[in-house]
Design a protein around this ligand. Structure first.
Ligand SMILES: Cc1cc2nc3c(=O)[nH]c(=O)nc-3n(C[C@H](O)[C@H](O)[C@H](O)COP(=O)(O)OP(=O)(O)OC[C@H]3O[C@@H](n4cnc5c(N)ncnc54)[C@H](O)[C@@H]3O)c2cc1C
Length: 474
């Protein structure tokens, strides 16, 4: 039993406290079928506390400070790879915020207040009938609390859509010491100057737990126009995307890359070429989305695309589902995704880094016969995922070793070509990149800020400590 369970039991009912076996992997569809050896599964169990309010979280954190015991907030990220084990070590106390689910729009003030457990999908479903909605940031199942805590995005094109930070007007936050604070404002005019909330946004739960979010409402676009754009090489696709910005072409709302190996492995039923763009534009005025699409198609044609297929709205919806469900075809084939690392490049480098990455992937396939590799991702902002899949029958330890080596080589590539990290969070998943990119001064400054707000280092400590151990098996 966790040393805090009895005291927490005095203010949280027992049906909201549970103990679960340790598992180094987050059981998303990717890793559902991977068998973890018993000697790992038998490590100390997790204690999960379902907290329903800022007050309850405050009480737990105050107790944890008295006893100097760490507290984690429900977190995934294990989906990135089996060599990045769960951020919570065995025996952890984890707060599960799933009960904190409310959606309170205030149309007069043009904002909506949401609980941290509201998913992107829930929020859009509630707002669409009123003509509001957010572009997809990470994906339907991601919660607003974690979305803002990571300040991450996915399929959305950053120069157009921005990051979650751009939509946050204010928050309620429980600081690591248990005090409850309000940040930001009720106004549509964002706070100028120092704003404590900006540390929490993207802070990966190191500086506080978000217990309420005030988001600016966004009007849903009236039209969305989709198309598939085909290229005969990754290099020519990269060149066409690079010059969208320089040539003043309209911003796409969605611009995803899918390479041939991915489309073939996922049994895509339409036309397949070396490199394909899924491209969508949106608009509010009549004809606006279509005009943007025409401009972008002219741009792609002048850059040498080999074919364009305009999609009806039904076909575009099917394509989005295909992209969303994407890797679900792996499991029936006995394959598991090992890593979908994130590469975010300066936009003018795409025509070089895309083919160079494919070359590296083919080398990995020679080193480890049985793996397969794809390139997919959010290329509109220079982002893509070199994806590696392997037979699940290899078992946890071999999968772990193979992915560790693949990620090492991918990291070297990433640093060599100057990639940044625009999604999936930094700590501890991308420690190698962080250490290779920034100096010690950067790191020490961050630790000083953490120490000031969390003097006992109890909130999500893996996010800032034990850097060298983060990728080690427990
Ligand atoms: C199919 C799929 C596609 C994905 N695509 C993308 C992508 O395009 N871009 C991308 O960035 N990632 C992507 N991911 C990874 C994704 O970011 C992680 O799985 C993420 O952890 C999902 O969020 P979650 O709601 O499960 O949050 P959690 O895993 O619960 O939390 C994530 C982080 O936020 C913190 N946190 C959670 N709630 C709060 C809170 N209330 N206050 C403060 N901190 C909090 C946690 O401590 C943790 O550090 C993808 C994952 C999957 C399965």
């Amino acid at each position: 039993m966790h040393p805090l369970t009895n005291e927490i039991g005095k203010f949280i009912p027992s049906d909201r406290i549970r103990v679960t076996r340790y598992d180094p992997l987050v059981r998303t569809p990717f890793f559902r079928s991977v068998q973890v050896p018993d000697e790992i599964r038998n490590l100390e169990s997790f204690t999960i506390i379902q907290t329903a309010s800022a007050d309850e979280i405050s009480k737990v954190l105050k107790l944890a400070n008295i006893r100097k015991l760490p507290v984690y907030v429900r977190q995934g990220m294990g989906v990135i790879s089996p060599d990045v084990t769960r951020p919570e070590p065995p025996g952890s106390l984890i707060l599960d915020l799933s009960k904190m689910h409310w959606i309170n729009p205030n149309f007069d003030r043009h904002h909506v207040e949401v609980g941290p457990a509201v998913s992107e999908w829930d929020l859009n479903k509630a707002l669409h009938p009123e003509g509001y909605g957010y572009p997809e940031l990470i994906g339907p199942v991601t919660w607003c609390g974690s979305l803002v805590s990571l300040n991450s995005s996915g399929r959305s094109v950053d120069p157009y859509i921005g990051k979650p930070r751009n939509y946050v007007l204010g928050m309620e936050v429980v600081l690591p010491t248990g005090e409850i604070v309000e940040t930001g404002s009720e106004s549509l005019r964002r706070v100028c100057g120092f704003d404590l909330g900006q540390l929490v946004i993207g802070g990966q739960c190191m500086f506080g737990v978000i217990t309420n979010l005030r988001l600016q409402l966004l009007k849903s676009p009236k039209d969305i126009c989709g198309a598939l754009v085909h290229f005969d090489s990754l290099a020519s696709l990269g060149k066409a995307v690079s010059s969208i910005y320089k040539n003043h072409a309209p911003y796409p709302q969605v611009l995803e890359i899918l390479n041939r190996s991915y489309l073939e492995a996922m049994e895509f039923e339409g036309k397949i070429s070396e490199a394909v763009l899924m491209m969508a534009t949106d608009g509010w005025a009549p004809g606006e989305a279509q005009w943007k699409q025409e401009q972008l198609i002219k741009h792609m044609q002048s850059e040498g695309c080999i074919d364009v297929e305009i999609q009806s709205s039904e076909d575009w919806a099917k394509l989005l589902l295909f992209r969303e469900a994407g890797l679900s075809k792996l499991s029936p084939k006995g394959l598991v995704m090992l890593t979908g690392e994130v590469m975010d490049y300066p936009i003018d480098k795409l025509s070089i880094v895309l083919p160079a990455m494919r070359k590296l992937q083919l080398e990995l396939m020679e080193t480890y016969p049985g793996i397969d590799t794809y390139i997919i991702g959010h290329i509109g902002a220079g982002s893509f995922h070199p994806t590696v899949v392997a037979p699940v029958e290899w078992g946890y330890r071999k999968l772990h070793e193979v992915v560790k080596d693949c990620r090492k080589k991918i990291l070297a590539f990433k640093l060599e070509h100057g990639a940044t990290i625009g999604e999936q969070g930094i700590f501890p998943e991308h420690i190698g990149w962080y250490q290779g990119t920034y100096d010690d001064v950067h790191w020490k400054s961050m630790q000083l800020v953490k120490g000031a707000l969390d003097p006992n280092g109890i909130l999500n400590p893996i996010r800032y400590s034990h850097m060298q151990e983060a990728n080690a098996l427990p």
